[in-house]
Design a protein around this ligand. Structure first.
Ligand code: MTE
Ligand code: MO
Length: 194
């Protein structure tokens, strides 16, 4: 009798555990599907996300509206062999060359509102029209080599950016460059940490 109870209890525990595991796996699969990098978007739908301008807003002295034409007039750099690698490790895109302007130069033009020299706890959000976003800290841009690697690009392999246009924000020294590769870029927002 005792043995039987033990066996039934053991089976119940094993079954419950397996069910939990099963639903966890199912949940993970569904999440992966939602987070997938390759979400097929048809041409018409993707055209709706294209942004012709970027706004530099928030804690800045001068809010700016920039277009490809205004970037061309700034200090333009050519970036060679830039690869977009997803967090998953998948290779998404490879550019032989692209042209862009340092985010640092753009922020210096808008001038971050620093009240004192200790007032440097800002975070900068690069946001796209589909609300995809990437975040940088003031220190990364202004007190770290990363500042020399964050660009707003407007040209890939000698051509204007079309489907992902007009401008893309990139960070060339990230380990996985996919996450902070923001296409359909529409704004750069400067926020002070309270
Ligand atoms: N606006 C916007 N930018 C984005 C994404 C997005 O969904 N929307 N996906 C990111 C992801 S997850 C990756 S890996 C890279 C490359 O994605 P792609 O293959 O769609 O170009 O872009 C990033 N930039
Ligand atoms: Mo990704």
């Amino acid at each position: 009798m005792k043995k039987k109870t033990i066996i039934i209890t053991a089976i119940t525990i094993a079954f419950t555990f397996n069910m939990c595991n099963f639903s966890e796996k199912k949940q993970k699969k569904m999440q992966d599907k939602n987070d997938a990098c390759i979400v097929p978007i048809n041409k018409e739908d993707s055209a709706k996300y294209i942004s012709k301008k970027i706004e530099i807003i928030g804690e800045v002295e001068k809010s700016l509206i920039l277009t490809v034409d205004s970037l061309i007039k700034m200090n333009v750099t050519t970036i060679e062999n830039f690869k977009v690698v997803c967090q998953s490790g998948a290779n998404m895109k490879e550019n032989k060359s692209c042209k862009g302007v340092l985010l640092k130069d753009i922020l210096n033009k808008a001038k971050i509102k620093q009240h004192t020299h200790k007032d440097r706890n800002f975070y900068i959000v690069a946001r796209a029209t589909d609300n995809y976003k990437a975040t940088f800290s003031w220190a990364e841009i202004f007190n770290n080599p990363t500042g020399e690697n964050v660009y707003v690009i407007f040209e890939e392999n000698g051509n204007p950016i079309k489907a992902q246009g007009d401008m893309i924000l990139i960070c060339t020294n990230d380990i996985k460059t996919g996450p902070r590769h923001v296409y359909w870029l529409k704004s750069i927002e400067v926020n002070r940490v309270d």
